[in-house]
Write a protein that binds this ligand. Sequence first.
Ligand SMILES: *[C@@H]1O[C@H](CO)[C@@H](O)[C@H](O)[C@H]1NC(C)=O
Ligand SMILES: *[C@@H]1O[C@H](CO)[C@@H](O)[C@H](O)[C@H]1NC(C)=O
Ligand SMILES: *[C@@H]1O[C@H](CO)[C@@H](O)[C@H](O)[C@H]1NC(C)=O
Ligand SMILES: *[C@@H]1O[C@H](CO)[C@@H](O)[C@H](O)[C@H]1NC(C)=O
Ligand SMILES: *[C@@H]1O[C@H](CO)[C@@H](O)[C@H](O)[C@H]1NC(C)=O
Ligand SMILES: *[C@@H]1O[C@H](CO)[C@@H](O)[C@H](O)[C@H]1NC(C)=O
Ligand SMILES: *[C@@H]1O[C@H](CO)[C@@H](O)[C@H](O)[C@H]1NC(C)=O
Ligand SMILES: *[C@@H]1O[C@H](CO)[C@@H](O)[C@H](O)[C@H]1NC(C)=O
Length: 487
Amino acid sequence: MSGIQYKRLQNPNSETDDYTNPKFDYVCSPFIGFLLCFGFLAFMIFFTFVQYPLGPIPKRATSEKVIILQQLDNNITTNSKRNITQWMDYYFTKEESQFLNCSEMIKGNKDMIELYVNNGRLKLDQDRLFELPMDCPSIRQRVYGDMPPFSPLKRPIAFVRTIYKIYELQEALLSLSYHPDNTFCFIMDAKSTDKLKNSVRSMSDCFENVIVLEKEYMLNSGGHGQDPAHFDCLQTILDRKWDHAIILQNFDLVIKTPYQLSDISELLNYTSSVGFGFGLSYRYNTKADWTPAGMKLFKNETGVPDKILHTPMRVRKSLNEVIISKVFVKSMLDKLNMDIIIKLFDDNDYYGVDEMLVQTLYENYLGLDGQMESNCTQNHYDILTRLTHWDWTGPNGFDKECHSKWKRHGICILGVEYLNELFKSRKATANKVLENFDFGTIACMREMIKKNVTGETPDAVWLTSFPQFREMQMKANGTYDRNTFDC
Ligand SMILES: *[C@@H]1O[C@H](CO)[C@@H](O)[C@H](O)[C@H]1NC(C)=O
Ligand SMILES: *[C@@H]1O[C@H](CO)[C@@H](O)[C@H](O)[C@H]1NC(C)=O
Ligand SMILES: *[C@@H]1O[C@H](CO)[C@@H](O)[C@H](O)[C@H]1NC(C)=O
Ligand SMILES: *[C@@H]1O[C@H](CO)[C@@H](O)[C@H](O)[C@H]1NC(C)=O
Ligand SMILES: *[C@@H]1O[C@H](CO)[C@@H](O)[C@H](O)[C@H]1NC(C)=O
Ligand SMILES: *[C@@H]1O[C@H](CO)[C@@H](O)[C@H](O)[C@H]1NC(C)=O
Ligand SMILES: *[C@@H]1O[C@H](CO)[C@@H](O)[C@H](O)[C@H]1NC(C)=O
Ligand SMILES: *[C@@H]1O[C@H](CO)[C@@H](O)[C@H](O)[C@H]1NC(C)=O
């Protein structure tokens, strides 16, 4: 966040959550760039060849699986022919999953990880999927059939997620956090395949607490569509029972159990987990009128001090992923007219537009409930919401600094090499998993959640480094003073 310079990303086909930095474009600029990029390509071909000298990774070739599937009459036959003894069997053959030993990999057993990686990892590709039975009993069975019985949550969570890739990934990610008390709201990219759209809608028909917005959005690599989508979801689920919402995108992995998230919500009380940083001037329209009056931000301006109405809001940013309290969300949706400010940020002339809306509304005091009141203009990372292994050097693809040796948009892909780190982390989510790079990370994370052996739940002492948390504590003990508060 701070100290990192971002740059517009030109590739319209990649996903929307992260943005490259200048070095990326610099490397691929003409002349020197040609040599470097050519070299990289040659290296990749070499690398692929060396790593898999005996041909493609899969234990069973795609065509073979497709033929087998074609030979089967319907999904019932497909299922009965397969021997499901563990959750992984819904998505992979036993031959494919034989090298995945979660308990050892979570401990960081290097030999086990190497054996698994050298055998090609578990990859879920669009063209080599099983035909899953989509009746409700089957879906529920896959999502939580093998999970321990649920006990009530003190503080349920709403998971608000934009999605655009393959259904199986979203079903798997749902199964990590599924709890009957939680709420799940999905928003689909209009460009998604009919298969994804139909499957997600079928899934949602099977659960009272899984909602898919009717409306679909144009999501792209610039972050466009994310804010409108997330806020429409929040509005849709506002009357349901939840205490915090976690804003997520397609490839985010939740790394805490529903019970831990409930405990975190209890600690946070009415505060939110949002980072503090300044918006980058090339990511929003600095010439626009950012005063609440100019944006017609308040539904009812009566009683709102002139100073608030006419002071331009300072644009703030952290990550798209935030944990926001119901108290704050409700106050925003009740009191504010969100249309104009959402449109101002969701501007097609800019890239990386989806990390500022919540931050700006949270950190400029407007008199909303649950909002940060102190004027904190220093930078603070969000230490709770998202684990990320950043590496800004070099292009997408092979990266020797990444434990998984693979990177996208400045972020290392979470292969099983990261399981031990996820296991030790206090954070709530991690970015990013790619189902067609390493599904094993998702499967083993699910094992951790199922066995209740995830990372420690943060405590109040740790959260005290959040200014908003300290502000809340001081308000509770009567020592808060807006003018002397030390950010
Ligand atoms: C899949 O199974 C369900 C019930 O188990 C059935 O209703 C549905 O028709 C089946 N689909 C196909 C393509 O056979
Ligand atoms: C299913 O798998 C289990 C464990 O791998 C094995 O014991 C059993 O014999 C298998 N059953 C069939 C019908 O293949
Ligand atoms: C994982 O490896 C350990 C140690 O070799 C072994 O005891 C255990 O049975 C293995 N688990 C699975 C699921 O293969
Ligand atoms: C949460 O904050 C409210 C308002 O200050 C307070 O009344 C309540 O006791 C707090 N709850 C917890 C669990 O601290
Ligand atoms: C606007 O707020 C004022 C003060 O809270 C209230 O008296 C008035 O009825 C509100 N107007 C509308 C249209 O809700
Ligand atoms: C917040 O602080 C900055 C400088 O620290 C100042 O320029 C700004 O006017 C302050 N805003 C408010 C609303 O007090
Ligand atoms: C999960 O583990 C935590 C501590 O590690 C414990 O307090 C909690 O009771 C466990 N939950 C369940 C459902 O076993
Ligand atoms: C009130 O809370 C703040 C923030 O945690 C703490 O630093 C301070 O010591 C507390 N004051 C009293 C009187 O308890």
